[in-house]
Design a protein around this ligand. Structure first.
Ligand SMILES: Cc1ncc(C[n+]2csc(CCOP(=O)(O)OP(=O)(O)O)c2C)c(N)n1
Length: 278
């Protein structure tokens, strides 16, 4: 990736991260861990990869994103707001009465959201169906999906994976947010993820691994390799850090959903600025 674009994307990711922290602080608590771990991915997708238009969010032949770990809504909303899908002031209403930004992504409420998440496993199945639909319609567009490593304990994920592999859905790009944590602890202590590369390959998928899934350059490189493979669905495994960039949550077992006051948010942003030299 061109170094100027990379620097722009890093700046955008920082801005989206700050907006996500403040957004959650407006409600007083929220899914900070699984939101923070995918900020670089969302930034890359919306600013360097996906063909979407904030002025025509329902255009039929657009690229689509099904965020299967739908509790990452706060990071999705901050990204969509910066892209102009809705006013940034909406971020202050996260999860509050009458909001268009519920805790979990909802395609009936939020411009730019392509699938309603919340019940883990379903978004990825929908992504397989959407990608198949795009192919049947003869569209060049692609479907993207983000799956959690805890979510991947759902059997539904593998039914969909098997179908996509056998249908050779080359227009489907899935990302596994391998942050090693789920709601109530570490995946290794609950159901270990095992050799995920081997597993997805066994379903007929093209698999790339990013050793640092919070590194935009690595995500871009994996996408370039994936795009060179036309006849298989793509899984990009991102080894991420849950709560990455919300420093008070990094390395904390109970960082799935955390209470965050406005003061705590500003302190955490200041701490991050110092760490990143911004
Ligand atoms: C079918 C279903 N079962 C349980 C839940 C409750 N739940 C919400 S998030 C979550 C943990 C998900 O872990 P992971 O996919 O690893 O997400 P991340 O750690 O990236 O936030 C659980 C169990 C749910 N939303 N849906």
């Amino acid at each position: 990736m061109d170094s100027k674009l990379l620097e722009q994307l890093k700046d955008l990711a920082f801005d989206i991260r700050v907006k996500t922290i403040r957004e959650i602080a407006c409600f007083g608590s929220g899914h900070i861990g699984g939101s923070m771990s995918i900020v670089e991915l969302l930034t890359y997708l919306y600013y360097a990869e996906m063909d979407v238009d904030a002025k025509a969010p329902k255009k039929d032949d657009r690229d689509r994103l099904a965020v299967s770990k739908g509790h990452s809504g706060p990071a999705v909303y901050a990204t969509l707001a910066t892209k102009g899908f809705f006013p940034e002031s909406w971020l202050e209403t996260l999860n509050q009465g009458g909001t268009s930004l519920p805790s979990h992504c909802d395609m009936t409420k939020t411009p730019g959201v392509d699938f309603t998440g919340g019940s883990l496993g379903q978004g990825f199945s929908a992504a397989v169906g959407i990608a198949l639909g795009q192919r049947l319609k003869g569209y060049k567009s692609r479907t993207f999906s983000i799956v959690g490593d805890g979510e991947a304990q759902e059997g539904q994920i593998y039914e969909a994976a098997e179908a996509a592999g056998s249908w050779k859905l080359g227009n489907l790009f899935a990302f596994l947010d391998l942050n090693g944590q789920q709601l109530d602890g570490y995946t290794k202590d609950i159901i270990p993820s095992g050799d995920v590369k081997d597993r997805w390959e066994s379903f007929g998928w093209d698999v790339q691994v990013c050793e640092n899934g919070n590194d935009i350059a690595q995500i871009a490189e994996a996408m370039e390799k994936a795009k060179a493979v036309a006849d298989k669905p793509h899984m990009i495994i991102l080894k991420t850090v849950k709560s990455y960039g919300y420093i008070p949550g990094e390395g904390v077992k109970a960082n799935h959903s955390m209470p965050i006051s406005k003061e705590q948010a500003e302190q955490a942003i200041e701490e991050l600025r110092k760490r990143e030299g911004r």
